[in-house]
Every structure is written in C-alpha cells, then in structure tokens.
Design a binder for this molecule. Structure first.
Ligand SMILES: [Zn+2]
Length: 484
C-alpha cells in the first residue's frame, strides 16, 4: 500500500539541515514532499507521485522544536501567584516555600496538561518532555495532542519543608519514594509501548538531592537497561548546591559523576549553579569539563529562572566547552519562541557580550541539541529520512515585516503570532494557533474553575497557615470606589 504523499511547492524559505556543517541553512524556493513517516524529498522541483499539493510561497518551513524540559501538573495553575515572591534566606528562590503550596485537584490534571500542550504546540514545539506525576489521562492526552511526547514520571524520597522562611529541611519517606519509583517505571514502559508510536518514557528522579544515592544509581541502571534517557533536576538552586556540598563535599555534577550516572543519556534540569558560577564561590573549575567529557545534556530554561533573578553563566561558555545544551520551557508561559528569545538575551547578559551566542545557535539548541539529548537523529531537522515534524511560518504576517532575515524576525519580534501551522508525522496538529486534537478552550474553562480550589488550599498547605494575600499580595494595592 502506498502512503499518502503531501508536497508543498515553492516554499519561500526552508530551514534545511546541512549534513556537511551539522547545522541548519536557508534554502529558497524549494519543494518538500513527505508522508506520515518521513521526509521524502527536500530541494528542487519534486517530480514524484503525490496525493496532496499546496503552495509554499510566503511561508518559512522550520524544523519542529524539541522541548526537553517542561512540567504540566499544577504549573499552569500557578500562573501569576508567586511571581514577585522568593525566600530571602534561600537566595530568593520561591520554589521551596511558595511553589510547594500550589495544589491541583485530580479532575484538573487533564485540562492543565491540555493547556500546556496547546501553548507549546502553537509556539512550534513538536516534541516535548513532560516531567510530571503519572495520572490516568496523561498518556491518552499526550497522544491525542498529536505531538511527539516523552512522559517523565517524577519520583523522590524526600519532600521539601521550609521552617520559618529561612531553613530548607528534607522530610524523608523511603517507602513512599520506592512506590513512586515503581509506578514511574511502569509508566515509562507503558509510554514506550503506546500504540500511537509517538510516545516515549524517560526515567526521572525528581531532584538530585531528594533521592538517595542508591535510588539514583538504580534509576540510572533502569534507564540504561531500557535504552531510554534519564533526567534529574541538578544544580538548579543555591540551596540544593549548598545542601549537596554539606552532605557530600561535592557539586551536583561531581556527585553525579561519583555515582557513575553522568553519561550521554543524562539530561540535567537547569544545571546553573556549577562550580564556576559566580554565586557558588567554589575554588576550582571541574564541572564544565566533566559535563562535556561525559556527553551529558543541560536542559536550559531561562524564563522561569531569570524571573527569579537567576541566570546560567553563560550558554556560550557551556557550548564552547563542548556541552550539549538543549532548551526547555519549565513552567508557564510555555512559549518556546519566547524561551529562545530569553535564552539569547540571558546568554548575552551573563556572557557580557553580544558575541556570547548567535541566533543560529539558539535554533540549534531548540532542535538538534534537544534531539541529541533524546538520542535521536530523526527529529529537529529538515532532511530526507527525518520525521516530517515542522512548522510553517507566515512571512507576510505584519509582525514579521519587513523581512530581511526571517529567523531573526521570528525570534526577536513575531514569535508564535506568525506560526501558521504545526505538523508532526506529516499531519497538521495546530493551525492559526488552534489545536486540532484537543479542546483547548474547554480546558481553559476547567482550569479557571480549578484555580478556586488551588487558591483555597494555599493557607492550609502553608506550615504557618498564612493566607493567600499575606503570602502573595497583589502587584498593585486595591482601591475601593469610596476611596476616590
Ligand atoms: Zn523543572
């Protein structure tokens, strides 16, 4: 049986993969032909058989983005609550004292995931790694979205507890951690065996310091035996860095190396506070060389961290050291193009020079580096034999005008506004910002309702019982009409 072949003719700009340089290049006025499995032709006029044909004038065809680190769960519900907060004694990080108070009702999980998927896909994401807690709707919803998705079910043995806003404590429950680990492995296996063929699993100990070294070693062996990646948040905050130094005398990178886990199938979430970061004040520099030698990947998510006043120092430096740096969006706003823009800006601020990173480097990170992290050579590129995962950008969109360099305009100006359609496995999964496989608008209504539960639980979840308005005063004072 012949597969349905789709051809797009005279695409104004195709961002093609150049085998010789191992990176992307512009190709003008080319044809592309693909079926539901692979790109069959990219280049001059396509003269083979086809079932569907369309014109590509006024369009840029861009490889689909690979987001190697994001969280569904309660993250879409945490929008706008604790953005101005932080624990001063924990280097201003809000995660331990504030973000832990956000709770999601079981019924809202599917909607929360749908909102995340919609936001990511409309910004050109075709492959994503969702690090979350397993639930019944997880794999079915990921599959229905039409995206290529990796489920990374988190597990940990310790929970964070902040006492009196200054001390981070770890409350250990090994039995519960073990149970979560077993559930996670079953979920990884189910994702890998999913009939859609577009899902995969990743072993995901949640944080380097909330699992024992025994469990980390076991998890790494489980990932290796399954041939899947492993991901763990590591070197993500100063509090974690100090805790590991106190426990082991090592940085997160050196600790993972000592456990034999630092490898080319490991994705380190964030990896900001390494020994050469200006905040850690270590007296040696070994981490970058270790990361590069072992071929591990850093999942860089600049938006959430820069929002808290933290920055990786710098992407250009990591890349020049030979480290594979991929991109993730972590939490809201789940906009890959905005993440790419912020990554470029943060690199230039941290590197103290415009030369730290180029626009082309950011595209490499959002595509090829992500693919490499997942051990794949068939995504993140437009080349014959690769998966037909791409987006079509409207070069005539007002926000793109005037066009000299379309990639720069997309990243620095138009972002997702100019993304017209997103394809995975040759099938359109979003058009004009609307998901075709999931009901995004209905999901938004569900999370609007669900936020009432979330905000109502905050005081009960706070160890000191503070109210929401005490914990997160509004950004502007409230005036009554009678005050005027
Ligand atoms: Zn994360």
């Amino acid at each position: 049986m012949t597969k349905a072949i789709h051809v797009i003719r005279n695409v104004e700009t195709i961002v093609v993969y150049d085998e010789k340089t191992g990176t992307h290049a512009y190709l003008s006025d080319g044809d592309i032909a693909f079926d539901d499995n692979a790109i069959l032709h990219v280049g001059g006029p396509y003269e083979g058989p086809f079932e569907r044909e369309e014109q590509g004038r006024g369009r840029m065809l861009l490889p689909g983005f690979v987001n190697i680190h994001c969280h569904s769960d309660e993250e879409p519900l945490s929008k706008g609550i604790f953005d101005d907060m932080g624990t001063a004694a924990l280097w201003g990080q809000a995660m331990y004292e504030y973000s832990t108070l956000i709770e999601i009702s079981e019924e809202a999980r599917e909607a929360s995931l749908t909102v995340m998927l919609g936001d990511l896909i409309r910004s050109g994401v075709t492959t994503l790694v969702d690090i979350a807690g397993p639930h019944d709707a997880w794999l079915p919803t990921l599959a229905k979205s039409g995206a290529r998705a990796y489920a990374a079910p988190g597990f940990r043995e310790a929970r964070w507890h902040v006492e009196a806003s200054h001390r981070l404590e770890y409350r250990w429950d090994h039995a519960r951690g073990r149970e979560a680990y077993e559930r996670a492995l079953a979920c990884v296996d189910a994702a890998g065996a999913h009939p859609s063929g577009r899902l995969g699993g990743i072993v995901s100990p949640s944080q380097v310091e909330t699992c024992t070294s025994e469990l980390l070693i076991e998890a790494a062996a489980a990932a290796r035996s399954r041939g899947v990646p492993i991901t763990v948040h590591a070197a993500q905050t100063m509090a974690e860095h100090e805790e590991l130094v106190r426990r082991t005398g090592q940085t997160a990178v050196q600790y993972l190396e000592s456990l034999g886990i630092l490898d080319d199938n490991l994705i380190l979430g964030h990896c900001i506070f390494i020994d050469s970061h200006s905040w850690t004040r270590q007296r040696h520099e070994a981490d970058m060389a270790l990361l590069a030698t072992r071929g591990a990947t850093v999942a860089h998510c600049p938006v959430t961290f820069s929002r808290s006043g933290m920055i990786l120092e710098s992407i250009g430096r990591y890349r020049r050291a030979g480290i594979n740096v991929g991109l993730g969006t972590d939490s809201y706003p789940y906009n890959m193009l905005e993440e790419m823009r912020r990554a470029l800006i943060c690199a230039r601020i941290a590197g103290k020079t415009v030369f730290d990173l180029k626009t082309a480097d950011i595209l490499d990170m959002a595509t090829l580096a992500g693919a490499k992290a997942l051990g794949r050579q068939d995504i993140g590129r437009i080349a014959v034999g690769a998966r037909p995962d791409f987006s079509l950008v409207d070069l005539n969109h007002p926000a793109m005008q005037p066009v000299y360099d379309p990639l720069r305009n997309l990243l620095h100006c138009a972002a997702e506004r100019a993304v017209e359609a997103v394809y995975v496995d040759g099938r359109c999964i979003a058009r004009h910002g609307r998901l075709l496989g999931l009901d995004y608008d209905a999901a938004v209504q569900v999370i609007r309702e669900a936020s009432k539960f979330t905000t109502s639980r905050i005081a009960a979840n706070d160890p000191r019982g503070r109210s929401l308005s005490e914990l997160a005063p509004l950004s502007l004072p409230s005036k009554r009409l009678s005050d005027r």
